[in-house]
Design a protein around this ligand. Sequence first.
Ligand code: AMP
Length: 433
Amino acid sequence: MAIKRPEGTKDLLPAEAQFWSQFRQTAFDLFARYGYVPLETPVFEKTELFVRGIGEASDVVGKEMYNAISGGNLAKLVAGEHVRSDSRFSLRPEGTAGVVRAIAQNGLLQEGGAPIKVAYAGPMFRAERPQNGRQRQFNQVGIECLGTDDPSVDAEGIIMLMRFFEAIGIPQDKMTLLVNTLGDESCRPAYREALKNYIVDHSAELCEDCQRRAETNPLRALDCKEEACAHVMAGAPRIEDFLCDACKEHYAQVKSYLDAAGMAYVEDQRLVRGLDYYTRTVFEVQVSVGMDNNQNAIGGGGRYDKLMAEIGGADTPGFGFALGYERCRIALEALGMQMPDPPAPALYIACVDDGQRSLAFQLAQQCRDAGIACEFDHQNRSLKAQFKQADKLKALQVAILGPDEVAAGVVKLRDMASHEEREVSLGEFVTSV
Ligand code: AMP
């Protein structure tokens, strides 16, 4: 086989595709209890949405987006001519910007109305260096709540995410919930400035990325994975000393809701997350099994009260999170989880010889029309080989059609577990299975 899938992508083979489908269903069922309803957006959007929403200085937009120019404009670009920004597209690197756009564009928020809560699931694309738990196409499940900045939404969302992880089989003691606040537009600028000055003062001790971040994105220096940077940044100014009263109060309320729910968490002032749109609450869930520390975040999110206005919609507060399917799967595997078996057919129809194949075909169709999962031989194989296949498929019953049975208008039905056989009339076959 010559052509292989692109590096950093995965084929979801049948057992895993089935698991992914159950995984997202478990999420949607659980999220529905909290009022979240499904919504789907395109896997590509105008590049401008991500540039304005997530921020040009973020790694995701700056280095990791898969970008495209719509067909006819490619020639213009090659010729060095200007290509309008609305014919530049990107594969979505995350779900929030698209969902917020969709809510704004479709007028889903009514003035003075209740907040809107939506859930989504699907592939995201980032041109990252592939490794265990880091892919170029990966699946996320996420939620967004738009239309209120009430801290109960943040706490409820965090609790819902933790409940989901437990529901799929990740025990509490294998997870750490980190929380932090990033302040808002009234108090963060002063913090940003203080951090910038600190980075400039210590630039000789910091990596090149962090030196650059002094101008573009100083908060990101706080979660740099380089040991030297982590050491220097441990002495950096702390957000808690800069928070305005409203942000302090908001954060205190989020924590008090979590406390009241008995939810354990660790406050981590270095948690800033990779996307620029966050304000106030940010959080991340890390897992202690299956992946090394750089890839151990299985989910995270926070509040983004300025995002909708940033992309041209009404000024509307929001909160959301996304979790990574592949990382959950790696953690679950490390915890000993097995992939589910494919569903076994209720019935396998076997023919003694070629003379019954047309009848087998018709009976199989009648069964399926009646809602019974049923399989039969497509390869003209011997009865023995058909039984082997029925065994392999773990069929619950096998119907045996032979010339004598067909002449007598009956079918033999064998229960594969008890090996008991009974004869049923052809007319009552479907209802007897
Ligand atoms: P983010 O959108 O960066 O906040 O990521 C949310 C979650 O998506 C993370 O906690 C990971 O579980 C997952 N994730 C992010 N990037 C990748 C990637 N490149 N490969 C696999 N999973 C990812």
